[in-house]
Design a protein around this ligand. Structure first.
Ligand SMILES: *[C@@H]1O[C@H](CO)[C@@H](O)[C@H](O)[C@H]1NC(C)=O
Ligand SMILES: *[C@@H]1O[C@H](CO)[C@@H](O)[C@H](O)[C@H]1NC(C)=O
Ligand SMILES: [Zn+2]
Length: 366
């Protein structure tokens, strides 16, 4: 009798746990093996249009907001704007976080986030574009939403309770120098707001009396990506297993020859024959750093982490050489790094959400 009960409980739990599921080989091919033309399109469609100075409160910032919103309107996602004003060292500024959600009724979310504002510099340095800071990260998120969108509604019924939410954060940058009040304007506002807002109208009633933050399974923040040879540390024990999944995806792509090999390698001088390249020469993910890394890098995850949200911070250390310099423009973007990170995050999101690209796509006709 006791045995029977245990079996029943076990089966019952299985029905409700949406485990992280690695894709099949066919799934990898379908999602990662994209043509050269498609990979160029990524740059044209999602990066070039946002490569302009987009300081919070500026015209360029509004232009990028409009661009992001239009893209997600086309996809039919739920769009929420978190608009507010705050005082900064250069005066009152209006900020706007843009939150897009595939399925607003899902009980929980995988959150992917990046900041879309660029840093303010006084003339003559006001042409700062911030290609790696953080236009590339925004482009990666827009591209993965676009490519994965047709597969969501095909997921098995046990998986649909978790959806994808993408947050385009405004006001990450300090206007003068980085302090607790001159930085993270958007993320501080949004985390505080969601702490005091309650979940309503989901598929289940189990979310009553839970605030919005508690529906975030993990907050994945991308920043300073797109420069050649990123080396990314594994910062948090709670999300270390997901970091390891990222490195497993990288290894599998490498094995299947689906990674682009840059001409310049870690610790290598000059060119190298791509056929001779070993994964350890080019890997972006330092999984062992979970045991050795002592510091954290302040970024938009902080207001969420402080409120108990599990965080995965994807940022290279050392920072790109072009960091906060005028040279952080289109020429700073390494095509291989951009392409590879884009593929890695597309697969990561599919695996996390149990998306199966072998099933037929569902497209809306609107
Ligand atoms: C990727 O696509 C190319 C061209 O269609 C094909 O030759 C190659 O075998 C594919 N690779 C994988 C790993 O699916
Ligand atoms: C990008 O930055 C580099 C290095 O500072 C500079 O030579 C180049 O002219 C810039 N390109 C554009 C399009 O502004
Ligand atoms: Zn910055």
């Amino acid at each position: 009798m006791i045995k029977l009960k245990l079996v029943i409980i076990f089966l019952y739990l299985c029905r409700w746990i949406n485990a992280y599921q690695q894709l099949s080989e066919e799934g990898y091919s379908l999602l990662a093996n994209i043509t050269e033309i498609e990979s160029q399109q990524l740059i044209e469609d999602f990066l070039t249009p946002i490569l302009l100075p987009r300081v919070s409160g500026s015209e360029g910032n509004l232009k990028v907001q409009k661009y992001i919103i239009e893209k997600f309107q086309t996809l039919g996602w739920n769009i929420e704007e978190d608009k507010f004003t705050d005082s900064t060292p250069i005066g009152e500024i209006t900020f706007n976080n843009i939150i897009v959600t595939k399925d607003i009724k899902a009980t929980s979310k995988l959150v992917l986030a990046a900041h879309y504002d660029s840093k303010y510099f006084e003339p003559p340095n006001d042409g700062f574009i911030g290609a790696t800071d953080s236009a590339v990260s925004c482009a990666i998120l827009m591209d993965l939403a676009n490519r994965l969108d047709p597969y969501f509604d095909n997921r098995d019924p046990e998986s649909i309770s978790t959806t994808l939410q993408i947050i385009f954060i405004d006001g990450e940058e300090a206007f003068k120098s980085w302090t607790a009040t001159d930085s993270l304007y958007g993320s501080r506002h949004l985390a505080a707001k969601w702490e005091n807002e309650y979940v309503a109208e989901t598929y289940g009633s189990q979310n009553k009396a839970k605030n919005i933050l508690s529906s975030i399974e993990v907050f994945v923040l991308l920043d300073l990506l797109g420069y050649k040879e990123p080396l990314i540390s594994n910062f948090y024990t709670t999300t270390s297993w997901l970091f390891i999944e990222l490195s497993k995806i990288e290894a599998r792509l490498f094995k299947n020859k689906l990674l682009k090999i840059s001409h310049v390698m870690h610790g290598m001088h000059g060119m190298q024959d791509p056929k001779e390249t070993k994964l350890e020469d080019i890997s972006y993910f330092d999984t062992d750093s979970i045991n050795t890394y002592q510091a954290h890098i302040e970024d938009d995850y902080i207001p969420f982490l402080q409120r108990g949200v599990p965080v995965l911070h994807v940022i290279p250390w050392p920072f790109p050489e072009c960091w906060h310099k005028l040279s952080d423009n289109a020429t700073a973007v390494d095509e291989a790094a951009f392409f590879n990170l884009n593929t890695i995050f597309r697969i990561f999101t599919a695996e996390y959400l149990n998306i199966d690209p072998n099933l037929p796509k569902i497209t809306k006709n609107n």
